[in-house]
Design a binder for this molecule. Structure first.
Ligand code: PMP
Length: 386
C-alpha cells in the first residue's frame, strides 16, 4: 500500500457545509456578514494595481508591518472591539479592557488562519508523551490536531450549565503535566470565563506547562486574557481575523504571547512553510488593523443583533445559552436539532447541526445582518409551527 499508516488514521475536521447547488443565506460557519472595511478593499486594489511585480516575489516571511499594525490595534482596542470607545479616528479601550502594558510586535505571530496557527502551537507546546487537557465540547479541530500529531488528550465534560469545569480541568492538568487548551468564549456554547476566572486557573496551574486560550470570538463581548500576559509566561492567546475582522477569506490568524513563545512557534513555522501569509493577505490584514473604528461598529452590530435574536429564540420556547460570541447555541423542546436544521435548509438558510452525542439536540446559529436574521426568524416560525 502506498498510503502511510499515519494518513489511514486521520480524522479530518468537517467545516460548515458550503453547498454549490443553490444560494443559501449562510449562518453556519460563524463568518462575519459584513465585508472588510472599504479601506481594506482600497489597500488591496492599490497594491495589486501599483505593485504587480510584488505578486511575483516572495512576501515578507516575518510579516513585520502586519505585526506592528496588530500590536497597535490591540493597544487601541484593549482586545475587545465591541466595547472599545471610538471618537472620530481615535479609539480607546473601555475601562474593563485596558491592557496594563504595551503590546509590542515581537509578542505577535501570524499564520494562515488560526487553524494553521493552532496546528503549529500544538506541535510546539504539546507532547506525545503527556495528555493535554481540553473541554469535552470545544472547537472540534483540537482533537483533529491531537490525532495528527499523535498527542494524547484528556477531555473534561462541561458542567450541567454548559460552562467549563475549571476545577476538574486543573485537577487533570496537574496529574497529566501536559498543558491546557480551551476556547474563551467557548465554541459551540458561546459561554465565556471572565478574565479573573482565567487568572485563578493560571495561578493554580503549573507555570512549567503551556496554557492556551483561543480567543477567536472574544471581540463580540468576552474578556480578553491579553492583560494576563504580564503575569504568566506560559500563556499563549490565539486569535483570528475570520470573525470580528470580517476576514475569513483572507486566512489570517495570530497569537499574542511573550516573545520567547512567539519565537518557538516561528521556529515551527520556518520548519514547515517559510511564507504562510501571502503578500495580498499581509496588505489586507495591515489595512484592517488600521481601521479599528469600522470593526468596532461591525462587532457591535453583530453583538446587538445576537442579543435581539437571543430574545426571539427564548420567546419561541427555545433553551438558548447566553452568548458572548457571534453565534447562538439553542435547542427546541419539541423539534430535534437535525430536523430543525433540515426545515431551515429547505427554506434557503443554513445553520449548523452537530451530530455529536451530547449536543445533538442543539443547533448553532451564526449571527448575520438584521435582514438575514429577519429571514431566519420567519423560517424558524414556520419550522416550529408545523
Ligand atoms: N478557533 C475557534 C474556536 C473557531 O471556532 C475557529 C473557526 N471555526 C477557529 C479557531 C479557526 O478560525 P480561522 O482558521 O478561520 O482563523
Amino acid at each position: 500500500m502506498i498510503i502511510s499508516n499515519r494518513v489511514k488514521n486521520l480524522h479530518p475536521y468537517v467545516p460548515g457545509e458550503q453547498p454549490k447547488d443553490r444560494v443559501y443565506i449562510k449562518l453556519n460557519a460563524n463568518e462575519n456578514p459584513y465585508a472588510p472595511s472599504p479601506k481594506v478593499q482600497k489597500a488591496v486594489m492599490d497594491f495589486v494595481n501599483n505593485n504587480p511585480e510584488k505578486l511575483g516575489l516572495y512576501p515578507d516571511p516575518d510579516s513585520l508591518e502586519l505585526h506592528a499594525a496588530l500590536a497597535e490595534m490591540l493597544n487601541k482596542s484593549g482586545g475587545v472591539l465591541c466595547r472599545a470607545k471610538v471618537c472620530g479616528e481615535n479609539v480607546e479601550p473601555s475601562e474593563q479592557d485596558k491592557i496594563p502594558f504595551t503590546v509590542t510586535p515581537d509578542m505577535i505571530y501570524t499564520g494562515n488562519g488560526s487553524d494553521e496557527v493552532l496546528s503549529f502551537v500544538f506541535y510546539a507546546f504539546f507532547d506525545s508523551s503527556k495528555h493535554f487537557v481540553m473541554p469535552e465540547f470545544t472547537y472540534s479541530f483540537y482533537p483533529v490536531y491531537a490525532g495528527f500529531y499523535n498527542i494524547p488528550m484528556d477531555q473534561v465534560p462541561l458542567k450541567e450549565d454548559w460552562s467549563l469545569d475549571t476545577d476538574e480541568m486543573l485537577k487533570r492538568a496537574a496529574k497529566n503535566e501536559g498543558g491546557i487548551i480551551f476556547a474563551n468564549p467557548n465554541a459551540p456554547t458561546g459561554l465565556g470565563l471572565t478574565r479573573d476566572q482565567v487568572r485563578e486557573m493560571l495561578k493554580k496551574a503549573s507555570s512549567d506547562e503551556i496554557f492556551i486560550v483561543d480567543e477567536a470570538y472574544v471581540d463580540f463581548g468576552g474578556e480578553s486574557c491579553i492583560p494576563l500576559l504580564a503575569e504568566f509566561k506560559n500563556l499563549v492567546i490565539v486569535r483570528t481575523f475570520s470573525k470580528s475582522l470580517c476576514g475569513a477569506g483572507q486566512r489570517l490568524g495570530y497569537i499574542v504571547a511573550n516573545p520567547e513563545l512567539v519565537n518557538i512557534v516561528t521556529t515551527v513555522k520556518n520548519s514547515v512553510n517559510h511564507f504562510p501569509i501571502d503578500a495580498v493577505a499581509q496588505v489586507s490584514g495591515t489595512a484592517a488593523c488600521r481601521d479599528v473604528p469600522y470593526y468596532v461598529e461591525t462587532s457591535r452590530k453583530v453583538a446587538d443583533e445576537r442579543d435581539k435574536f437571543y430574545n426571539f429564540l427564548q420567546e419561541k420556547g427555545f433553551y438558548v445559552l447566553k452568548s458572548e460570541t457571534n453565534f447562538l447555541f439553542a435547542k427546541h423542546p419539541k423539534i430535534s436539532g437535525d430536523e430543525l436544521y433540515k426545515k431551515i435548509k429547505e427554506q434557503g438558510l443554513l445553520i449548523r447541526h452537530f451530530a455529536t452525542k451530547g449536543i445533538e439536540d442543539f443547533v448553532r446559529i451564526t449571527i448575520g445582518t438584521a435582514e438575514q436574521m429577519d429571514e431566519l426568524r420567519k423560517a424558524i416560525e414556520k419550522a416550529v409551527s408545523c
